[in-house]
Design a binder for this molecule. Structure first.
Ligand code: MN
Ligand code: MN
Length: 303
């Protein structure tokens, strides 16, 4: 493959990952906080982006998972591709001022403390193991493509610790960032399983997802990874992956967003159902595509 065609392929997968994040968010938001039983009673199988849910969203609207990612990506772009802790905290604070449709408790608490102290790193806390930092790793993964693992990890911390300074959250953020980069570069699932999932489960046995099917996941990162990993290995298309994870209910917009990111990178743009692309709010669709292209272009130009 020539350099140009592989850059084209990489950019296309990056756009698919960003669109996947937004699609999973929009699809899952309809059934967030519902149980699988309630979802089945109301929708049979939930498979269309139709809005509603506890947030009473218009069809195609996304939530904090996507909008925090876009705010973070904009900050990285204005810093020339660097992931600067203070810029990340300011970006999230600015996002919070924009009156988002939803916001996590840990995010709100630690951003309010940032306003008071000016310290862009939240205090370490064993209780801050929510999925709020893991849901927005994608712009960092794109900006650090081709960088050494140490540089990637440092960038992962810079964004995550603005709100979640917790080792279990960090482990998940590292894993998701490296896994999505592997998929963007065209690695198959079996390689990512060996290189990333097996070592992850050794370092964090609590992420092991095989003991029982995780349904109705809370916002705890451990539940999130159970769903995201189980769905990844048990399905073989983008569409089935997202339907599988969102129909488990619970924190479905976030499991959907993370699965959409991984699935978009793994299966590529052509695997995204056209009905979901059409249903996504056009402004969001445009913003995700543009940011994916710009972040990849910058990462490749910087070498
Ligand atoms: Mn959300
Ligand atoms: Mn959520």
């Amino acid at each position: 493959m020539s350099v140009n065609s592989s850059l084209t392929e990489l950019t296309s997968r990056a756009e698919a990952a960003y669109l996947g994040l937004a699609i999973g968010d929009a699809l899952g938001a309809t059934v967030e906080f519902m149980t699988p039983h309630e979802i089945a009673a109301k929708y049979g199988e939930h498979r269309d982006i139709c809005g509603g849910g506890w947030l009473n969203l218009k069809p195609g609207k996304v939530t904090d998972d996507t909008t925090m990612s876009l705010a973070l990506g904009a900050a990285i772009l204005s810093d020339g591709g660097e992931v600067v802790p203070l810029s990340c905290a300011h970006a999230f604070d600015g996002w919070m001022r924009s009156k988002p449709v939803d916001i996590g408790n840990t995010v709100r608490r630690n951003l309010i403390s940032f306003r008071r102290t000016g310290n862009p790193e939240a205090a370490p806390s064993e209780y801050d193991a929510g999925n709020g930092a893991a849901m927005r790793v994608l712009p960092v993964a794109l900006a650090t493509l081709g960088k050494s693992p140490e540089v990637v990890r440092q960038a992962v911390r810079a964004q995550a610790h603005a709100t979640h300074n917790n080792p279990v959250s960090d482990g998940a953020c590292d894993f998701l960032t490296f896994a999505v980069q592997d998929f963007l570069l065209g690695l198959p699932l079996r390689s990512v399983y060996r290189q990333r999932i097996e070592p992850l489960l050794q370092a964090f046995p609590e992420f092991s997802y095989r003991s029982k099917r995780q349904e109705n996941p809370s916002g705890w990162i451990v539940h999130t990874l159970h769903v995201v990993l189980q769905g990844l290995v048990d399905t073989d298309t983008f569409e089935h992956y997202l339907i599988d994870v969102t129909n488990r209910g619970g924190d479905a917009d976030t499991t959907g967003a993370i699965a959409g990111m991984l699935g978009g990178a793994l299966y590529g743009y052509d695997a995204i159902p056209k009905r979901w692309l059409k249903a996504l709010e056009p402004a969001t669709c445009k913003a995700c595509r543009a940011q994916a292209r710009e972040l990849v272009a910058l990462a490749c130009a910087r070498g």
